[in-house]
Design a protein around this ligand. Structure first.
Ligand SMILES: NC(=O)c1ccc[n+]([C@@H]2O[C@H](COP(=O)([O-])OP(=O)(O)OC[C@H]3O[C@@H](n4cnc5c(N)ncnc54)[C@H](OP(=O)(O)O)[C@@H]3O)[C@@H](O)[C@H]2O)c1
Length: 337
């Protein structure tokens, strides 16, 4: 089978299309024919081994390969079709169209992937293509997890910082679906798209620091590693909640004091990426409440370009790699210009 492989850490050109062995499912595993995979910021960070937050560099490097990657196929989020199942699997049948998460096993940049049936994998939304479905699990699961933790009440003011990325685009839509008045913060090329998906207000972070604007919010959902902790806490109304997925160590320590000694709450967490959450997202998508924003779809041969587009942030939404051009909707990027 074909797979996008990297055998050393480095620039996007370390990604190469190669023939590799097709995996064989164990008794409790599914063999999935992958149709599309999201090219995520995390994939780019694993490839280059450069992270905005540094504290987990050493433990992660030991886990994924000290001198070179132990697992040469990236891709944590995908859509595809069940090809076969192990003999202990009763939950899935060959031919089912699914989407989900490969966790740290990765491997969705290959034509086939084997995953345990206990992983977060569910039927793909009926009204989405495979490419659109692959764009859902990372952003949707993370945004849903944090937005639920925020306990948003109808009419509350929610600010999403880094709103134009994979997680932020879902954060904006889920907050809107929960009845919030949403302010999206990102670079100006993303304004039009963010307003289209429901943002009531837009702030261009290259011109204005929202933490110094005097405006305050009930919830701040922050995707930007280097943002100011004290600035964000100051920008919360009494009883406000600050949620962040990529905290610095100092932020985590300060959050204990904020939550204990003020009316405000700071939540730093890793999203569990649970099956019931992916099913809920699927329902929200099928009811039309939310939808993924796909920026471009690249064929496997152009994986380095896909990574460059994610890293240089010229994108407006989510970048997808077409693994098997199954449903004709996986149009190469150059045809989308
Ligand atoms: N806790 C968890 O479970 C978890 C899980 C997954 C990911 N994460 C982390 O969450 C973060 C966001 O992930 P993602 O996949 O959504 O990233 P992403 O797609 O790269 O989105 C980040 C967005 O923030 C914008 N941005 C950059 N600097 C900004 C600033 N100073 N102010 C406002 N916006 C800014 C970027 O646009 P421009 O660069 O064009 O400005 C981009 O649109 C990553 O750091 C990731 O590692 C956490």
């Amino acid at each position: 089978m074909r797979a996008i492989v990297y055998t050393r850490y480095g620039e996007p050109d370390v990604l190469q299309l190669k023939d590799v062995d097709k995996p064989t499912p164990g008794d409790d595993e599914l063999l999935i024919k992958v149709h599309a995979a999201e090219a995520t910021k995390a994939d780019c960070e694993m490839r280059s081994f450069k992270f905005a937050v540094k504290w987990f560099w050493l433990p992660l490097r030991i886990a994924v390969g000290l001198t070179r990657p132990k697992n040469p196929v990236l891709g944590g989020y995908f859509s595809g079709e069940i090809e076969s199942v192990g003999k202990a699997v009763s939950k899935f049948k060959p031919g089912q169209q699914v989407f989900g998460c490969a966790r740290l096993r990765m491997g969705a940049y290959g034509e086939y992937i084997c995953l345990p049936d206990s992983y977060t994998i569910v039927p793909k939304p009926r009204n989405l293509t495979f490419a659109e479905s692959a764009a859902v699990p990372l952003g949707g699961l993370n945004a849903l997890h944090f937005m639920r933790r925020a306990n948003i009440q109808n009419g509350e003011k929610v600010l999403v910082n880094g709103a134009g990325g994979s997680i932020g685009t879902f954060g904006v839509q889920i907050a809107k679906a929960m009845g919030a008045e949403v302010t999206a913060v990102d670079s100006p090329i993303k304004e039009q798209m963010l307003r289209r998906i429901g943002a009531d207000h837009f702030l261009d972070y290259t011109r204005e620091d929202f933490t110094r604007s005097g405006k305050t919010f009930d919830v701040i959902f922050d995707m930007v590693a280097r943002s100011s902790y004290s600035g964000c806490i100051r920008s919360l109304n009494p009883g406000g909640r600050y949620l962040k997925g990529n905290p610095r160590l100092s932020d985590m320590l300060r959050s204990v004091l904020t939550t204990r000694f003020t009316s405000k709450t700071a939540v730093f967490a890793f999203a569990g990426e649970k099956e019931e959450e992916l099913l809920e997202l699927s329902e929200m998508i099928e009811s039309g409440a939310i939808k993924p924003v796909v920026d471009r779809i690249y064929p496997m041969e152009q994986a380095p370009e896909a990574h460059r587009r994610v890293e240089t942030e010229q994108r407006s939404g989510i970048v997808v790699i077409s693994i098997t051009n199954h449903d004709g909707d996986l149009m190469p990027a150059e045809k989308m210009e």
